[in-house]
Design a protein around this ligand. Structure first.
Ligand SMILES: Cc1cc2nc3c(=O)[nH]c(=O)nc-3n(C[C@H](O)[C@H](O)[C@H](O)COP(=O)(O)OP(=O)(O)OC[C@H]3O[C@@H](n4cnc5c(N)ncnc54)[C@H](O)[C@@H]3O)c2cc1C
Length: 396
């Protein structure tokens, strides 16, 4: 792990960045969002199914001989970003990690999400490839259709496209569960503190203090009302409180004018059984793909679908999004009639909507990029730092 200064891979980060906070021993700590993407780590390599990590440009950031493994790291948000960060830190030798999650309990919420090979590489090097294989679907192709079901074009995905690791289509709740399980096995049950809503922070030269309230009863103090740490990483999602504190005038996320309705239904496989289908156009779209390995083993498909509609005019100056809630079930009447005629040879969309028991609604939003994510000992990560529309580059 220790590297010679003359080694071309060595980065002398001492005092190199105005955004980089000072470590306890007068050295510079430099945790960047790229850090969690680093696929190199001795622990992870041990757990990996592959003998050698694939070299990548982030190698340099993982070589941090100057860091003290006792460093106390507090993470806000136990979503996908917060959990992967904690696993990556653990794999790099850090043990003093605490995660504070606002929800009263960490439940498997959401529907489908896609892990592109770049993300799968990170998870593979954390020893999670076999868990992903047992949970998700190795997506083989993406096929585009117009709104009449006429085929436009297709492209291979993941391993079929020549990547060394697959693309996985997976249920977001199941991905969350497998990350949480791995984290608890590696760091212990007590590393995640649910029902802790981050509210504010203060920082000095030598530490940062995060303050929490209790979601279940805001009048009662939570188990840990204050956490003093060396660094605080806010992975608290698109409506991040930390980002609000850093950018108080930013306001709510930007609404694209389009709403997404999502559902999951078990049914007979369509096309290859590993195909992802995009049909329609920018203002009315339907996406469907299978997400569950267990259903696949039974000869079925757990199909995730997304119906997307423009509900606000393109030129409407009001960018305020409607209230978002991943856990809330909404009536199908809000959108189903618009897809009534979308019956394709291989898939009847009205039938798929009809047979789905629960549908959630979500506004498609992003945020305007900010100049910086790191302020002394506090750094934003994931959707708190750079929320994107859920589409091929990010998730969907
Ligand atoms: C419940 C849920 C379901 C989702 N389902 C899907 C899906 O089906 N498909 C899809 O493409 N994307 C889904 N997403 C979004 C997707 O997970 C993220 O866009 C992406 O994974 C980036 O992850 P993140 O960790 O930055 O943010 P998120 O995954 O959004 O995680 C943020 C976490 O921070 C917690 N949090 C928020 N505020 C505070 C606070 N003040 N204090 C402490 N904790 C806080 C939240 O409860 C959440 O657990 C979902 C997100 C959530 C929260």
């Amino acid at each position: 792990m220790l590297r010679d200064k003359n080694d071309p891979g060595f980065v002398d980060v001492n005092g190199s960045s105005s955004c980089a906070p000072s470590g306890r021993r007068g050295r510079t700590l430099y945790i960047t969002p790229q850090f969690i993407l680093s696929p190199h780590s001795p622990t992870a390599a041990r757990n990996s199914n592959f003998p050698l990590p694939i070299p990548c440009p982030y190698t340099r950031l993982q070589k941090m001989p100057f860091l003290n493994s006792e460093l106390s790291i507090a993470i806000i948000g136990g979503g996908i970003g917060g959990l992967v960060l904690a696993l990556q830190l653990e794999a790099n030798g850090f043990k003093n990690i605490s995660i504070f999650e606002a929800s009263r309990e960490l439940k498997a919420i959401g529907s489908g999400i896609n892990l592109q090979p770049s993300a799968v590489l990170v998870l593979r090097n954390l020893g999670l490839l076999s868990a992903l294989e047992a949970t998700g679907i190795k997506t083989a192709e993406l096929r585009y259709y117009n709104r009449y079901g006429h085929y436009v074009v297709s492209e291979p995905r993941g391993e079929a496209a020549g990547y060394l690791v697959p693309q996985f289509s997976i249920h977001r709740g199941m991905l969350h569960e497998l990350l949480l399980k791995a984290l608890k096995e590696r760091l212990g049950e007590g590393c995640v503190h649910a029902d802790h809503v981050f509210s504010s922070y203060t920082q000095t030269e030598s530490s940062i203090t995060a303050k929490f309230t209790r979601r279940s009863d805001p009048t009662a103090p939570p188990e840990i009302p204050e956490k003093i740490a060396d660094v605080l990483i806010a992975a608290d999602g698109i409506n991040s409180t930390a980002r609000k504190l850093l950018y108080p005038n930013e306001g709510p996320p930007n609404f694209s004018g389009r709403l997404l309705w999502r559902g999951v239904s078990k049914r007979a496989p369509f096309l290859t059984g590993r195909s992802m289908v995009w049909a329609g156009h920018a203002d009315q779209k339907f996406i469907a793909y299978p997400v569950g390995r267990e259903a696949e083993l039974e000869g079925q498909s757990l199909v995730n679908w997304i119906a997307e509609l423009r509900v606000r005019d393109k030129n409407d100056p009001d960018l305020t999004p409607p209230q978002a809630d991943w856990g809330k079930v909404v009536p199908k009447e809000r959108f189903a009639s618009k897809f009534q005629s979308w019956t394709f040879g291989f898939l009847s969309i009205p039938e798929l909507i009809e047979e789905t028991k629960e549908v959630s609604e979500f506004p498609m939003c992003d945020r305007t990029p900010v100049d910086r994510w790191s302020f002394g000992r506090l750094t934003l990560l994931g959707d708190a730092a750079h929320p994107l529309y859920p589409s091929i580059p990010s998730s969907q």
